[in-house]
Design a protein around this ligand. Structure first.
Ligand SMILES: [Zn+2]
Length: 299
């Protein structure tokens, strides 16, 4: 385990994202880091992998950076890089709720709930727990009893909530996501919509899984990550498989993307079923002329 995978974000003012990207790319290259870092006027969001010494140096440099004061990192040990390439890019938003009037989490956001308190409050009456991620992430793993919004991208979440507000009315609301960045905006939006008692899991599921006290308790399945590992364990005490094979409905948590490059949907399925269906989510996708699964076998 000579490597580390870092996950981080910070909402902050970055006046010139283009210049920041140039400077940041240089830094990552110098430290031989791979991964994906997004820079927007509203802040930074990234996940990178590298040798322990290089990632340690990277964290120290970012923590001393005048614009990134207060940034924190989730650190996972690893035996190799979790990415093939380095991408440092400018984005309009770090996460996008597709709102006409976007939420600034530095002005309005839900209260931060530590893992231990989150674990206790989840069980309390009149509390609803909402997964702020997409359905395919929920389907691989989620908190016991959490609501599963039927959405394929984060920007669909406000509309889904509006259509299902009866689930939330008069309740204490707890939200969670992978590292916390989506909840900062989502919980702020809920407050702006008039929900008064809104909490967000501080540091996200990643922190919850590493917390010494809760050790991932009440997490079912795995957590989807956006690197080559695809998913990682969270619950240190027990492992319950909640994923279901796309093809035959049996318990499964192995993931791959639909072999039709235009579809690319994330699927859960065994190696055998992937082979039987040419890695495609549907017959239509299987017949696609650029089917990656077929091309892989031929070449
Ligand atoms: Zn497909």
């Amino acid at each position: 385990m000579n490597y580390q995978v870092l996950l981080f974000y910070l909402y902050t003012d970055i006046d010139n994202p283009e210049a920041f990207v140039t400077e940041h790319t240089e830094l990552c290259k110098k430290l031989n880091l791979l991964g994906r870092v997004l820079i927007a006027k509203e802040g930074i969001n990234g996940t990178v992998s590298g040798l322990i010494s290089d990632t340690d140096e990277y964290m120290a440099i970012l923590q001393q950076h005048p614009v990134l004061k207060g940034i924190s990192f989730k650190v996972d040990p690893a035996s190799q890089h979790a990415f093939k390439k380095l991408h440092v890019r400018v984005r309009d938003f770090l996460v996008n709720l597709s709102l006409e009037d976007d939420v600034n989490p530095r002005e309005i956001t839900g209260r931060y709930v530590k893992p231990k308190d989150f674990y206790q409050q989840m069980k309390e009456e009149d509390t609803v727990v909402i997964d702020a991620r997409n359905t395919y992430e929920y389907d691989v793993g989620h908190f016991k009893g959490a609501i599963r919004p039927d959405i394929e991208t984060f920007r669909e979440l406000p509309q889904w909530i509006k259509e299902n507000q009866q689930l939330l009315q008069g309740k204490r609301i707890l939200t969670y996501c992978t590292g916390g960045i989506r909840c900062e905006k989502f919980s702020g939006w809920l407050k702006r919509e008039g929900y008064e008692d809104v909490g967000q899991l501080e540091g996200g599921i990643a922190t919850y899984g590493q917390d010494e006290e809760v050790r991932g308790k009440d997490w079912l399945g795995q957590m989807v990550v956006f690197d080559e590992r695809l998913s990682v364990p969270i619950n240190q005490l027990e492992h319950v498989i909640v994923g279901v094979d796309h093809y035959d409905g049996t318990p499964q948590e192995r993931m791959f993307n639909c072999s039709n490059p235009d579809c690319n949907k994330r699927l859960i399925g065994s190696e055998e079923n992937e082979r039987l269906h040419m890695g495609a989510c549907s017959e239509e996708c299987a017949k696609h002329p650029r089917n990656r699964y077929l091309n892989k076998i031929i070449s």
